[in-house]
Design a protein around this ligand. Structure first.
Ligand code: GUN
Ligand code: ZN
Length: 434
């Protein structure tokens, strides 16, 4: 008899081992046309041709997803949970958008009930778009962090996040203090980090909304808890950069501020990284900090073009993310589409296999979580997405002429959204909201 939690998922399997140079780079990915995953205890126990997996587990129930693709669940490395009602707000550029829409919306998270309602809708949105892990900014209220991680726990999801630290240049009721933000973050970190699948992220919003004392407090937290990530924003918008350098007149450049307070390292996620100087690139490389590309946000707020080639040729680790609500869609497929266009404008055409690598194993590596998620390797958590490249009429029509896997992936990223997501599995359980 098969164990109650043992099951087989059958479909066309695609997983990555490295960043593919193209379809011929077969060492970088594995594709199995009639493949199967054996799921046991929420993990992938085995992967291979369906016939082999079946032979090894003759009693396990089978869910047949053919002709759809089964991939590792998508990973969103930068998103704002309290901005679920900010998305699609008609604003000028970053600083006006923050003051006019974002801060007022985040103020509402002082109320735990509001946080709980938005958390439920937020996770429904992630799962219906095939995203199984994300790193989110909560609001500056501890309540919002509890609401965020409680809902993740109820759904069994591996989520990263933290309280947004901000002690100036924002409405009074959104501001904390350097000491208060240290104390609250520490208490939340002690409560949540490592509880089930939760991971705490030290989260100073950006230098404009943090005094030097607060950035120092963030640095102290990281020193005390080096296993935690840190996330913040940098070099997104020209007005933001000018104001930042006014507030920190001693700093030679933006990254120098975060550097000075010990905020950089392999677990540091820096949102945007659009307007970087050469010195900053060198420091990014030396510290192993991650540059997070947020294409829909960068286009929506008119921030600028992320220069992936320049960053990667300088040895800098990169990730890709939605940045909802500056970003305009929860879908990592829509994000790839816009990202592709941003890179096209700079004559940096990305192969579809490289695109799907980025939103799975690439982002898992950027989060240093590739031993757990972002892959279909046996032993990792069974967080998966099932994709239908013919989900809409225009997609089905286009698919009539598609002959290769790469072409199919490109249809998915160019035309796909939540309608292409047939199912989302979290630890082997089907979790796509009805
Ligand atoms: N910089 C500081 N806060 C934010 C935010 O909420 N969104 C974006 N896109 N940039 C920021
Ligand atoms: Zn952001």
């Amino acid at each position: 008899m098969a164990d109650q939690n043992t099951k087989i998922l059958r479909g066309r399997l695609l997983t990555f081992h490295g960043d593919p140079m193209g379809a011929k780079d077969t060492a970088a990915y594995s594709y199995e046309e009639d493949g199967a995953l054996l799921i046991a205890g929420g993990k992938i126990a085995a992967r291979g041709p369906f016939a082999d997996i079946r032979a090894g587990a003759p009693d396990a129930p089978v869910t047949d997803h053919r002709p759809h693709l089964i991939l590792p669940g998508f990973i969103d490395t930068h998103i704002h949970f309290p901005q679920a009602q900010v998305i699609a707000s008609w604003a000028d550029q970053l600083l006006d958008w923050l003051n006019d829409y974002t801060f007022p919306a985040e103020l509402k998270f002082a109320d735990k009930t509001h946080g709980e309602r938005i958390a439920s809708a937020f996770y429904d949105a992630l799962l219906s778009h095939g995203t199984t892990t994300a790193s989110a900014y909560c609001s500056s209220h501890s309540n919002s962090v509890d609401a965020y991680f409680e809902e993740a726990e109820a759904r069994g999801m591996l989520m990263l996040g933290g309280k947004t630290m901000m002690d100036r240049n924002a409405p009074e009721n959104l501001c904390d203090t350097a000491q208060g933000s240290y104390d609250d973050s520490k208490a939340l970190l002690e409560k949540w980090h490592g509880r089930g699948r939760a991971r705490y992220v030290v989260t100073p919003r950006f230098a404009i909304t943090s005094t030097p004392e607060q950035l120092e407090a963030a640095g102290s937290l990281l020193k005390e808890y080096p296993e935690c990530h840190l996330q913040t924003h940098i070099n997104e918008n020209h007005n933001e950069i000018a104001y930042t350098l006014e507030l920190y007149p001693e700093a030679g450049d933006y990254l120098g501020i975060y550097e000075q307070f010990g905020l950089l390292g392999r677990k540091t996620l820096l949102g945007h990284c659009i307007h970087m100087n050469d010195r900053e690139l060198g420091v990014m490389r030396e510290t192993g900090s991650v540059a997070v590309f947020c294409p829909t946000s960068n286009l929506f707020l008119g921030s600028g073009l992320f220069d992936r080639k320049r960053l990667e040729s300088n040895g800098i680790r990169t990730a890709i993310a939605t940045d909802v609500g500056g970003g305009t869609n929860y879908s990592m497929l829509r994000t790839l589409d816009e990202g592709y266009k941003v890179l096209q404008l700079q004559r940096q055409r990305l192969h579809p296999l490289a695109c799907f690598y980025w939103i799975t194993l690439g982002n898992a590596k950027a989060l240093s979580l590739e031993d757990r998620i972002g892959t279909l390797e046996p032993g990792t958590d069974a967080d998966l997405v099932v994709l239908n490249a013919g989900a809409t009429r225009p997609m089905a029509l286009r698919m009539e002429t598609v002959e290769t896997l790469s072409e199919e992936l490109f249809v998915l990223q160019t035309l796909g959204d939540d309608r292409a997501v047939v199912e989302t599995y979290v630890c082997g359980e089907a979790r796509r909201p009805a």
